[in-house]
Design a protein around this ligand. Structure first.
Ligand code: AMP
Length: 548
């Protein structure tokens, strides 16, 4: 017998999973809840809803229609949040531009995505000026600014956001359309070649919103998010939709705080004054915050911070736990919208001591709901979930990019065998916890054996003098590659700790069997800072060139 498809009454409405439908609930549950932008502004959700409609009318004036790609270059702002909704709700595509791209990458992504309209914060005008002669599709540029005066620019501006939306109607009849319509696109810079565009449909973003919320809040553990929380992103809104969290928080009608450009003292003040309870960031940002002068005067004990984008080192985790921060890891990538896993302290562990908790909180995590995650060997066979056997992480979920924009070959590579290949190596333990041990490209191969650079970083992060660390493989005539550790010391230890002492620290982990003897780095370099990528992660590719 064949499958029995449901009958559709001719008049029955087939409800599409489109972003516009996420806005229904907060307008009923939380119309007066606040959305805050730095010290500059606060307004309620009703105003936000009206501004979304005004923005759609304004964009229509600029010629935006369904299918148009509209790019945004802004710090994290209330305006960016309006773009997250208005642009896709019109049936247009939101392109969130990475504001840290090189001029070559910037113009490549603008032309490749076929941006027709760019909304640009005044701080990024010089970036656009530098590439404007190479625009192939851009027709209009709208200025975003917090100042009263229009800045000098050689670009032809087609208006200023506030002035333009101020003149537009607060009513807009957002249409219904197919849920498979493209809603967003953005570029991942990867480690080689030109940036690659990923893209997500309305259906995918709605399901990601529901799936991520359920994963965070549906299970009794340290992770929770509900309408009583106060949200402030610390992952740029151009980076994988700030991990999709603004969509969840808007759906639930949370108080939201958008900090603009990330300035540590301002972030800390917003945490204090706006009583922020939920944030997320890469380890570098939290590291920077905890080391800023007013961190000590800020009560962080009501703050929950999800760390993703890179492994959470044990040293940083413990430092945060000592400050009372509810810190833990999540994992995903640009291609995956992003959520794949988040770590969970099962109820019995909620009162465990700091060391025991840190061990779980630093795990990469359990797959989120609807996430089908496997670890496979090079032939695509599953490796045992014994907490030891490693392989590549491959996944299926409803919210994975279905390809790279206009890149059929790379898309097929990404999706080889019908599973999305993350390019990450890891193991799964018998309880189902995933641990990423490396990017395939970052793995260190020494004397024919694989070494996990993340494990070595995690070890050295636990030395009391170490503030930040990176481990890379550098070519070695005899062994193929050898690990080299770069270490930034805490202020109070600068000039007092030598490379030899740090090496001894590794030796202890060899002696207790945690790592093999060849895991002890030959060279340790004490440095003032470690090179980062455009999204604040350790830039291993450039470090390898620099030290190799
Ligand atoms: P991006 O596409 O820039 O967001 O980078 C995604 C990559 O960051 C993943 O493929 C991983 O290599 C890395 N990553 C993200 N989250 C974690 C995590 N919790 N632990 C280890 N690596 C991570």
């Amino acid at each position: 017998m064949g499958l029995k498809r449901i009958e559709r009454t001719p008049s029955a409405y087939s409800y599409p999973l489109i972003i516009k439908n996420l806005l229904r609930t907060p307008m009923i549950y939380a119309p007066r809840q606040e959305i805050v932008y730095r010290d500059n502004l606060r307004h309620d959700y009703l105003t936000f809803g009206k501004r979304v409609a005004r923005l759609a009318n304004a964009l229509e004036v600029l010629g935006v229609e369904s299918g148009t790609t509209v790019a945004v270059m802004d710090w994290d702002s209330h305006r960016y949040l309006e773009c997250y909704f208005a642009i896709p709700m019109m049936g247009a595509v939101l392109h969130t531009i990475n504001i840290r791209l090189s001029p070559e990458q910037l113009i490549y992504t603008i032309n490749h995505a076929e941006d027709e309209v760019i909304l640009v914060h005044s701080d990024f005008l010089p970036m656009l000026e530098a590439v404007k002669d190479q625009f192939t599709t851009v027709k209009k540029i709208l200025l975003l600014t917090d100042e009263d005066v229009t800045p000098e620019t050689s670009l032809r501006l087609d208006g200023e956001y506030e002035q333009l939306i101020g003149r537009c109607s607060e009513d807009y009849d957002f249409p219904d359309f197919d849920e498979d319509t493209m809603a967003t696109t953005f570029y991942t810079t990867g480690t080689t070649g030109l940036p690659k565009g990923v893209y997500f449909s309305h259906r995918q973003l709605v399901l990601h919103t529901l799936g991520m919320f359920t994963t965070f809040s549906g299970f009794k553990s340290q992770a929770h998010l509900d309408s009583g929380d106060v949200y402030m992103p610390m992952t740029p809104m151009f980076h994988v939709h700030a991990w999709g969290v603004p969509y969840i928080c808007t759906l639930l009608g949370l108080k939201q705080v958008y900090p603009g450009r990330y300035e540590p003292e301002l972030l800390l003040r917003l945490i204090r004054e706006e009583k922020v309870t939920f944030s997320h960031c890469v380890p570098t940002i939290l590291h920077m915050l905890l080391n800023s002068p007013s961190a000590k005067e800020t009560d962080l004990s009501r703050w929950q911070v999800v760390i993703g984008g890179a492994a959470l080192p044990t040293g940083l985790c413990k430092a945060a736990l000592e400050r009372g921060i509810n810190i833990y890891s999540a994992y995903g990538m640009s291609e995956t919208c992003p959520l794949l896993t988040t770590t969970k302290l099962k109820p019995g562990l909620l009162d465990a001591d700091l060391d025991e908790q840190a061990a779980i909180r630093c795990r990469t995590g359990l797959p989120g709901i609807l996430v089908d995650l496997r670890i496979v060997d090079p032939d695509g066979r599953d490796v045992p979930h014994d907490g030891q056997a490693t392989g590549e992480v491959v996944v299926r979920t409803p919210w994975l990019t279905q390809g790279y924009l206009k890149e059929p070959e790379k898309s097929e590579e990404l999706w080889a065998g019908g599973w999305l290949h993350t390019g990450d190596i890891g193991w799964v333990d018998p309880d189902g916890f995933l641990q990423i041990t490396d990017r395939i490209k970052d793995v260190i191969k020494t004397g024919g054996e694989w070494l996990s650079s993340l494990e070595l970083e995690d070890i050295i992060s636990q030395h009391p003098a170490v503030s930040e660390a990176a481990v890379i493989g550098i070519p070695d005539e005899k062994w193929g590659e050898r690990p080299l550790a770069l270490v930034v010391l805490k202020e109070e230890f600068k000039g007092k700790v030598e490379e030899e002492e740090l090496k001894e620290f590794f030796v202890k982990f060899y002696e207790d069997g945690t790592i093999p003897k060849y895991g002890v780095p030959n060279r340790i370099v004490i440095t003032d800072s470690i090179l980062k990528t455009s999204v604040g992660k350790i830039n291993k590719k450039d470090l390898r060139t620099l030290y190799g």
